[in-house]
Design a protein around this ligand. Structure first.
Ligand SMILES: Nc1ncnc2c1ncn2[C@@H]1O[C@H](COP(=O)(O)OP(=O)(O)O)[C@@H](O)[C@H]1O
Ligand SMILES: [Mg+2]
Length: 222
């Protein structure tokens, strides 16, 4: 099971905002007593943690530890057996502007294989009412310019991860939730991802990362 003690990425962002005097800071993510059982399988047991804006919080857990289950519960994609998860103070399904609030990349995030990365991002930008110019910025940010017009079905795992990261940023959300984003990246890509996540947090975003092995926040991670 995913253990809160496995938290390895905690770091303080330079511009973390102080709450107004006398007011507690609104947590970007708050998970309390989250439990999910699938029949006899206890996938997540009594998981509690919070993520502040401007912080990166990471969990490490082996395959089957319950990482994806915890993220799906957070995103309202499954009903917890017990406990609750709140995003920006809301249950996910009650969020007034989900796309502008949370960007999520789930394990092997799906995208139409016949579409190029650029087409995929443009479609999402249109749906979110976002200027298409942002798509070009995002392609640059994730290093996909050269592959932007190739069919996503032919992308390597690392390229799909980069596209997935761009997808999370389309609506410029203040909260990012990433399921094994370093999977399939080469050592250089992992270093790049670590730097990118730090800069996204330094802009005041909350970043929640689940990893199954040495990932972007592990100090000696390749
Ligand atoms: N929809 C499901 N039905 C039954 N069992 C599931 C389902 N989703 C996950 N599980 C089980 O819950 C456990 C945790 O899975 P998962 O959250 O995918 O782990 P991780 O993402 O850490 O690899 C595993 O034992 C898995 O087989
Ligand atoms: Mg998983």
């Amino acid at each position: 099971m995913v253990s809160p003690m496995a938290n390895t990425l905690n770091q303080r962002a330079p511009n973390q905002q102080a709450p107004a005097p006398g007011r507690p800071a609104l947590m970007a993510i708050e998970v309390v007593g989250l439990t999910k059982r699938f029949g006899p399988t206890m996938a997540v047991q009594d998981l509690s943690f919070s993520v502040a804006y401007g912080r990166i919080v990471g969990f490490l857990g082996p395959n089957g530890a319950g990482k994806t289950t915890a993220l799906r519960a957070l995103l309202g994609l499954l009903r917890p057996t017990a406990g609750a998860a709140r995003v920006a103070g809301y249950r996910y399904r009650d969020l007034p502007d989900p796309a502008g609030t949370v960007g999520a990349a789930l394990d092997g995030g799906a995208c139409h294989p016949g579409r190029s990365g650029r087409q995929h991002l443009r479609a999402l930008a249109r749906a979110a009412g976002v200027d298409e110019g942002r798509v070009e910025d995002l392609l640059g940010l994730v290093g996909l310019e050269a592959a932007a017009d190739r069919r996503a079905g032919g992308y390597s795992l690392g390229m799909r991860q980069r596209l997935g990261l761009a997808v999370t940023l389309v609506g410029d959300p203040g909260i990012l939730v990433l399921d094994e984003p370093a999977n399939g990246l080469d050592p250089e890509g992992i270093r790049w991802l670590r730097g990118l996540l730090r800069s996204l947090a330094a802009e005041g975003r909350a970043v929640l990362v689940f990893e199954s092995r040495a990932g972007p926040g592990v100090p000696d991670g390749r």
